[in-house]
Design a protein around this ligand. Structure first.
Ligand code: UD1
Ligand code: CA
Length: 492
């Protein structure tokens, strides 16, 4: 995290995000693809936010509106680049918009989401204090394929950047690459941008060519080597995108583990960036914690469960293979295995919700038990009530949703249908197998089922009748001896 604020008030930030991303073979703009639970460009903006730039301008072009919608909530402005004539052209387009009071610009590609605020801050300060016209954030990587290579001069400053396609064999062998993160001093940059020419296979204006042009005009260009080469990885292909996602997910899990959360087999656990988890909570393999999920301390989230936008209070358990969203589970309660909470379920303290129970828009008070095979929708259930196996709240009449209100200390027998709107009073019983259409008063027994009658001897008589009608049993077959195959006639 940056140490001082406002640290970079003499810098503007420009994020290049206008390209299509042809190599992803997608119908969506590259920077909108998601890694680590966020759009690529969102990560880049979030890395910039703590540094208090004078402004953050995002260059948009391909699917400009969608990219604009993505970045607006973060307070970044947009500049339209149309057509998209290359990274150098993108910065040219930004020129009129850059705040006059900025002395420097920090340029970042919108498709490299691993960059950290601290790295950017050190980099910008290094540029400012060096007095160079430009500084390039570089990295030494094992496989430089696809990146621009850094050609250094004998004094270690940078002579030029050569793109992969234009590189001679000895230049391709250079393992120091251009991250596309640059700091420029604006006064010396603008004349060079005007001088850019589209002398390359794509017939575009490359920002990378500005480096040689600065040298020609007698300016110094420096390179700052990133300490963590991973931070500059770009997402040009699907393979790179999922690799970057893996790294972002790993960072999130490590942060949580550092704060006291146990995550077993962490590579199998997917946790979105905004998820918060308290200490001593244990997360088992194959769990997904998504969206704005908040989990307290001392909870257990068992294997295979998927939680989206959930609130789990301290000491609650989510057992194996639950699917739940937009609901709350209060302290000490246990939900699962195989439970489903849809939106608006509120499971009270020390309650139990068991296997194949679905709860929607229903509040279960303290100590309620609904352990097996039940649907509770649009219901309120009072303290300590027991919901028997196979209970269904019939909340939908084909037109509208209706409420079921169950009081406290109620016992609902198994296989009960509660046809809403309906109320069951405190301490009442409902007999198993009932279809309840009228309110049950407090302390009463509600019973609504056909009365049973037994017919003595009926089954025995039936068997006899069947036996008389059946054909005589066949003589038991002798166990067949294995037959010898008849010898095959030789063909002549
Ligand atoms: C670029 C650099 C390369 C560097 C690499 C690092 C150039 C010519 N090459 O290559 O040296 O190693 O980044 O990741 O700059 N964009 C625009 N407008 C355009 C074209 C691109 O805004 O007209 C945006 C893209 O949306 C993208 C970023 O600029 O976010 C970089 O463009 P991309 O095509 O990915 O460049 P690379 O080929 O990766
Ligand atoms: Ca790129």
């Amino acid at each position: 995290m940056p140490s001082r604020a406002p640290a970079l008030a003499d810098f503007s930030a420009v994020i290049l995000a206008a390209g299509k991303g042809t190599r992803l073979r997608s119908n969506f703009a590259k920077v909108l693809h998601r890694a680590g639970g966020r759009a690529l460009v969102e990560h880049v903006i979030r890395a910039c936010l703590p540094l208090h730039f004078r402004e953050i301008a995002v260059i948009v072009g391909y699917q400009a509106e969608a990219v604009g919608d993505c970045v607006a909530p973060l307070g970044a402005g947009t500049v339209l680049q149309r057509p998209q004539n290359g990274t150098g052209h993108a910065l040219r387009v930004a020129r009129p918009k850059l705040h006059r009071r900025s002395k420097f610009v920090l340029v970042l590609p919108g498709d490299a989401p691993l960059i950290r605020s601290g790295t950017l801050e050190r980099f910008a300060h290094a540029h400012r204090s060096s007095g160079a016209a430009a500084t390039i954030l570089t990295a030494v990587v094992a496989d430089p394929t696809g990146y621009g290579r850094i050609v250094r001069k004998s004094d270690n400053s940078v002579a030029r950047i050569v793109e992969e396609r234009a590189a001679a064999p000895d230049e391709r062998a250079i393992s120091e690459i251009n991250s596309s993160i640059y700091a420029f001093t604006l006064d010396s940059l603008w004349p060079c941008l005007d001088a850019l020419r589209p002398d390359n296979v794509h017939k575009e204006l490359y920002l990378t060519d500005a480096v040689a042009l600065l040298n020609l005009r007698g300016f110094r260009v420096l390179a700052e080597l990133a300490t963590d080469a991973q931070e500059v990885l770009g997402c040009n292909t699907r393979a790179e995108l999922v690799e970057v996602d893996r790294i972002l997910r790993d960072r999130k899990r490590r942060d949580l583990m550092d704060s006291g959360v146990t995550i077993y087999l962490p590579d199998t656990v997917l946790i979105d960036p905004d998820v918060r988890i308290g200490p001593d909570t244990v997360v088992e393999p194959g769990v997904q914690l998504l969206g704005s999920t908040r989990i307290g301390a001392n909870c257990a989230i068992r294997t295979g469960s998927v939680l989206r936008d959930m609130v789990i209070d301290d000491g609650a358990s989510v057992l194996e293979h639950c699917v739940m969203a937009s609901s709350r589970i209060r302290s000490g309660s246990a939900v699962g295995p195989f439970s489903r909470l849809r939106s608006g379920a509120d499971i009270g303290p020390n309650a139990k919700v068991g296997n194949f129970v679905e709860v929607k828009k229903s509040r279960l008070a303290e100590n309620v038990k609904a352990q097996h095979l039940t649907y509770l929708g649009d219901a309120g259930i009072g303290k300590g009530s027991n919901i028997g196996a196979g209970t269904i709240t019939c909340n939908y009449d084909g037109v509208s949703k209706n409420r079921t209100v169950i009081g406290s200390s109620v016992f609902i027998g198994s296989n009960t249908a509660l046809v809403a709107p309906v109320r069951v009073g405190d301490r009442a019983y409902v007999a198993a197998g009932s279809t309840i259409t009228d309110n049950v008063p407090p302390d009463a027994l509600g019973i609504a089922r056909g009365r049973q009658s037994n017919k003595p001897g009926w089954a025995a008589a039936r068997r006899k009748q069947l036996a008389a009608a059946a054909p005589p049993p066949r003589a038991a077959k002798k166990r067949a001896r294995p037959r010898r195959r008849p010898a095959r006639k030789r063909r002549r």
